[in-house]
Design a protein around this ligand. Structure first.
Ligand code: TXA
Ligand code: MG
Length: 325
């Protein structure tokens, strides 16, 4: 996988303001020195991300927290103790030295301590915060392998650290702990009820004005091919009608749905929510690569364990629709 010299090389690149993609247990991140505004500028440019959107700062361990957050509310301490290192991002009141390029000019900062051994080795050796959005072009499907990162960015970044396929496959659960109650900003692998239990207080409702989060924009995580989510029987009807019109159709099926006629690009996704999530972005990339006219995704159960996947599919559908911006 990755050797000590690879980590040393990655650290040297970060120190001179370069961009290093690295594996985490959720998805691959595209990293830059979070204290270096020029490196952050390069990061935004490579992603094609509009300015003013905040990025998550990744840390090696909790001893670094005070440099980034000016306050650790009790609920944040409990959540950190329970879920770090791991797939949780906490939005906390920012420390004075944190740059606007990281926070998008907000009074908060997003922090995460990932558990992937390569990420941990990189962050430990670097010794400071690494700003890292998901390693995909803005609005597009996140990357869960080093190969996907290379397909996204080619030579536009300095190094990709290999860490195998991401264990979880979708982005971290984001919880803002800035007011009386923690607020779930982005569902993820850690279910809302576990966040609530660990925090020891009920979750509050999101404030519609702020904080801003592109991962919570209606359109995001989208393949290039238009994507539609629908019930299995309707999906087959639509697939048949499109095929009759000479269109090429890709399907992400789930459960027992069968391709009743030939000519469809057909992937059967795993039945359990965590495994479905694990494969989701690789499946979307594979269906996108088939260059069909539409990707039809079989609708999933509307139950809490499917929240994170339903959230991503809903935004992928909005992001690929011809009417979205
Ligand atoms: O699993 C993950 O979280 C991955 C890995 C690489 O750690 N990262 C990731 O980053 O998904 P990104 O930039 O694609 O999504 C981070 C989300 C964005 O929606 C961003 O707006 C939000 O976190 N965010 C970051 N800082 C914030 C802040 N201070 N207030 C509100 N939202 C914030
Ligand atoms: Mg992202």
């Amino acid at each position: 996988m990755v050797s000590d010299p690879d980590i040393d090389n990655a650290v040297a690149i970060l120190r001179r303001g370069g961009l290093v993609a690295f594996p985490t247990e959720t998805v691959y991140g595209l990293g830059a020195d979070a204290r270096n505004p020029e490196a952050l500028g390069r990061l935004y440019a490579a992603k094609g991300r509009p300015a003013g959107h905040p990025v998550i700062v990744h840390l090696a361990d909790v001893s670094q927290l005070a440099q980034w957050a000016r306050e650790l509310p009790p609920a944040a301490v409990r959540l950190a103790a329970r879920f770090w290192p791991g797939p949780l991002t906490l939005i906390l009141p920012r420390a004075p030295a944190v740059s606007d390029a990281v926070t998008g000019g907000q009074d908060t900062v997003g922090l995460r301590i990932p558990s992937h051994p390569v990420a941990h080795a990189l962050l430990t050796k670097f010794g400071s915060g690494v700003a890292a959005p998901s390693a995909n072009r803005f609005g597009r499907v996140s990357a869960t392998t080093a190969q996907h990162v290379k397909q996204e960015f080619g030579d536009a970044i300095d190094l990709v650290l290999e860490g195998g396929p991401s264990e979880i496959g979708i982005e971290s659960t984001i919880v803002a702990v800035t007011g009386e109650r923690p607020v779930l900003l982005r569902p993820g692998h850690i279910p809302a009820r576990e966040i609530e239990q660990a925090a020891g207080v009920p979750l509050g409702a999101p404030d519609t004005g702020s904080p801003r989060a592109p991962g919570t924009l209606a359109a995001h995580y989208a393949p290039q091919t238009p994507l539609i989510v629908m019930e299995g029987d309707l999906l087959l009807e639509l697939a048949a009608s499109l095929t009759r019109q000479g269109k090429r159709v890709a399907v992400l099926a789930h459960g027992t749905l069968q391709p009743l006629f030939s000519g469809l690009t057909w992937i059967v996704a795993p039945p359990d929510a965590p495994v479905y999530a694990h494969d989701l972005y690789a499946n979307l990339r594979a269906l996108d690569a088939a260059e069909c006219d539409a990707i039809l995704v079989e609708k999933l159960p509307q139950q809490p364990e499917w929240d994170a996947v339903n959230d991503r599919l809903g935004r992928a559908a909005a992001g690929s629709s011809p009417t979205s911006t």
